[in-house]
Write a protein that binds this ligand. Sequence first.
Ligand code: PLP
Length: 454
Amino acid sequence: MIGAKTALPDISFSTGELRYSPGMKTEPGIRPSEALKHVRYEIRGRLARRALELERQGYEIISLNIGNPRAFGLRTPETMRLAMIENLAQAEGYCHQKGIFPAREAVVMQQQERGIGGVTAEEVFIGNGVSELIDLTLRALLSDGDEVLVPSPDYPLWTAAVTLNRGRAVHYPCRPAQGFVPDPEEIARLITPRTRAIVIINPNNPTGAVYPRAVLEALARLAEQHGLVVFSDEIYDQMTYEGAEFVPMATLVHDTLCATLSGLSKVYRACGYRAGWAVFSGRVHAAAEYLDALELLASLRLCSNVMAQWAVQTALGGHQSIRELIAPGGRLYESRAVILEAVRRSRYLTLAPPAGAMYAFVGVDEASVPDFDDQQFALDLLEQKHVLVAPGVSFNVPYRNHFRITNLPDAATLREVFSRIEELLGAYASGERRAGGAGADNVVSAESRFKSTL
Ligand code: PLP
C-alpha cells in the first residue's frame, strides 16, 4: 500500500549517477547540494539521454516521453503569436512581479465565467510556466518536515518540489483498478498534524483520469476540515474526451485556500512560451501572510517572461481551438482512439481509459509477461524498437508494470508504436527475451551497450 510510511521503489537509474560521463573529466570534490539527494525527474533522465545519443548516431527514435505538442507538429494558435509580435516593444522591460495586468485580468475573467467569485487580479500570479509556480507556491508555504499529500502516480515535479522545499511528499494512491481516481477516505487516513496541503492534478498526468464531481467535493470538504491548502493543477483543464466533465476545484473550495494552476503550455500548445498562472480563491483573507511571502519570492525573480504574457488574454478569450482537437475527427481524439484500440487488441496490455489530458498510463498484464520490469522494458523498447516511453516508476508509483505514452503523435505513428510494443512483449512472453533483463543475450547486450555510454 502506498502511504506515509511506504517507501517508493528506489530508481537505480537516477541515484548517484553522473550525467556527463564518457570521456568527460569531472573535477573531484565539487559536490552538488544535499537538497537534491532525493530529487528526480526521470522523464528527462537517463533514457532520454540515451535516445538523444542514438539519434546522434543516425537512428530515428520515436520519442513519446514528453508532452511537448510542438514536437508533434501541433501549433500555437496564430492569434497568440500575432498578439505577442504586436506587443514586442512593450515586452522589453521588467513588468510587475505578479505579471502584466491584461494577462492577470484575463485569468480573473476565466474564473468568473466558471462561477468562481471574489477573485481579482491581486490574486493572480503569472509565472514562467506552471513549473515555476509549483516551486514558488510550495516554497512560500513549507517549513522543515511539513507534509504535502501528492497523488501517486504524479507529475513528478510536484514530489520533487515538495522535497526541494524541505517538505515531505506523502503519496496517496490513485489505483489502476479504480480508474486512477483517488479515494478521499483513504486520503483522510494519511493526514497528520504536519499536513499542510493537498495536490490534485485534474485532468491527470500521467493517467488521463478526470475526477468525478463527488470525489472532488469530498476532497474539498477534507481540505476545509483540516485547513489544508489545495493546490489544483488544472493545466489540462479543457482537454477532456467523450463528454467527461471537468470540474474546476475552485468552484468547490470555499473554506480554505485554493490555488488553481494552469497555463499556455498544453491547451494552447505553447509550452515554449513559458507562461502559466496561479490564481487564489476561497479563504484568501486568511492567507494574507502567505500571499505576501509568495509575492516576495516572485519579486526576487523580478518577473516572468513578459513576451509570452501578452499572448494570455488572446488565448483565454474567444475561439478555443483545442475543442476541435479533442472532438471526434480531431487529432488528439483520434490518436487516443488508436491507443484504446491497440490496448483492446493486445494480448498483454491493460488500460483504464483516459478521459482527459494527453496521455495513457498503460499497464502490462504480469500473468502474460512474468517478471516484467518497466525500466527494463523502456530500455529494450528504446534500444531494440527505437521507441522512447516513460516507465511508470518515473511517476512515483510502487508497482513496476506501467508505462506512460502520449497521444500527441498522429494515428499512424501510434499504430506503428503499438505494433513494436506488441512485438517486444510477445518476445518477452515467449521467453525469447526475458522481461527482467537478465538472461537473454539480446537484452544483456542492449543493456551493456547502454551502460557503456554512461
Ligand atoms: N503540471 C502538469 C500536470 C504537467 O503535466 C506539466 C507539464 O507537463 C506541468 C505542470 C508544467 O507545465 P509548464 O509548461 O506550464 O511549466
